[in-house]
Ligand binder design. Structure first.
Ligand code: FMN
Length: 359
């Protein structure tokens, strides 16, 4: 029996297989006006195709809890009811395919307000629908990015509230799982890492203080998110810095804290908070970080990063290194990867009746 095609039950939600799609921004929403942050036909077609392709769980791309929380002015959002309505069309279609709909709630912090990657990805100002970014400390990500405005304690409380409001809307929109974006150098990660957090109040300094904002967000979301629905958290397990950064040891400790606060699965990525670091990429290069959390805690984990091959994915699960695999760019290349892998590994996967001829 293929491990990749075993269902996974988390709280009261059963995911039909372990082939999952990680959040991937499409930068395809309107930047301003009544359609700002609203999923478009592009989003519907994009997610629908991966669901029809047998993907067990789809985590919809980083979705801003506020306009200022978007990575780019073209990001999706969940700060109003027009957005909720448009997401419903996507979640209900995913359900018809047996795919579990999840959404990543995000605040981009000091790396907010950038252009679309295919336009160069540079920070943009108000003349190009941008805004002044915020962060835990007045430290720019790199020479190209602006110095963010340091958040006050009242503003931090406001953002925690925005995460809770977005979580309520996610429920309304039909999502079964929320993932909190705590990775890649965005706001929550910026608080966690001493590289970007040099605060001297209750939100900076010690590990307890640096993780306070993340855990407040988790608590606020968990409070409005039903007990029968799972909550995921995406972490960058390392800043890839020799010193002065967030480390794999911190991640293991943090995983235990997250679990105690009601998180059901850790999505283990790396990097994004320190510019100019060398990252030794290669097939499955982030899997060891997930495997370590799995070995040293009782929190389920998902592995991500250059997993493209069915046998490799199967081995990661069979070796007990992760509970699920997330395939990003590979699912951009091949929306039906899950069905191809099921053929290769002799696993069972849903194929839409309309495509029965393809078996
Ligand atoms: C186009 C694109 C957009 C992405 N957007 C997000 C995002 O919204 N949130 C996030 O946590 N990671 C994002 N990522 C990272 C992916 O989720 C994933 O971790 C990364 O691509 C590594 O997996 P892969 O090698 O299978 O592509 C993005 C990656 C790509 C290629």
């Amino acid at each position: 029996m293929s491990a990749l095609f075993q269902p996974l039950r988390l709280r009261e939600v059963t995911v039909p297989n372990r082939v999952w799609m990680p959040p991937m921004c499409q930068y395809s929403a309107e930047p301003e006006g009544p359609s700002a942050g609203v999923p478009s036909d592009w989003h519907f077609a994009h997610y629908a195709a991966r669901a029809a392709g047998g993907t067990g769980l789809i985590i919809v791309e980083a979705t801003g809890v506020s306009p200022e929380g978007r990575i780019s002015p073209r990001d999706l959002g969940l700060w109003n009811d027009t957005q909720v309505e448009a997401f419903r069309r996507i979640t209900s279609f995913l359900r018809t395919q047996g795919t579990v709909p999840a959404v990543q709630l995000a605040h981009a912090g000091r790396k907010a307000s950038t252009d679309r990657p295919w336009k160069g990805g540079a920070p943009v100002g108000p003349d190009a629908h941008g805004w002044q970014p915020v962060g835990p400390s007045a430290l720019a990500f790199d020479a190209r990015h602006p110095v963010p405005t340091e958040l006050t304690a009242a503003q931090i409380r406001e953002i925690v509230g925005q995460f809770a409001d977005a979580a309520r809307r996610a429920l309304d929109a039909g999502f079964e799982i929320i993932e909190i974006h705590g990775a890649h150098g965005y706001l929550i990660h910026e608080f966690l890492s001493p590289h970007s957090n040099q605060r001297t109040d209750a939100y900076g300094g010690s590990y307890e203080n640096r993780s306070r904002f993340a855990l407040e967000v988790v608590d606020a979301v968990r409070e409005v998110w039903p007990d029968d629905k799972p909550l995921f958290f995406r972490v960058s397990a390392t800043d890839w810095l020799d010193e002065g950064g967030w480390t794999p040891d911190d991640t293991v400790r943090f995983a235990r804290d997250l679990q105690a606060h009601g998180v059901d699965l850790l999505d283990v990525s790396t990097g994004g908070n320190a510019s100019g670091v060398r990252i030794p990429t290669g097939p499955g290069y982030q899997v060891p970080f997930a495997a370590r959390v799995k070995a040293e805690t009782t929190l389920p984990v998902a592995a991500v990063g250059l997993i493209t091959d069915a046998e490799h994915a199967e081995k990661i699960l069979a070796n007990g290194e992760a509970d699920a695999v997330l395939l990003g760019r590979e699912l951009l290349r091949n929306p039906s990867w899950a069905q191809a892998a099921a053929r290769e590994l002799d696993g069972a996967v849903r194929i839409p009746d309309q495509y029965a001829w393809s078996i």
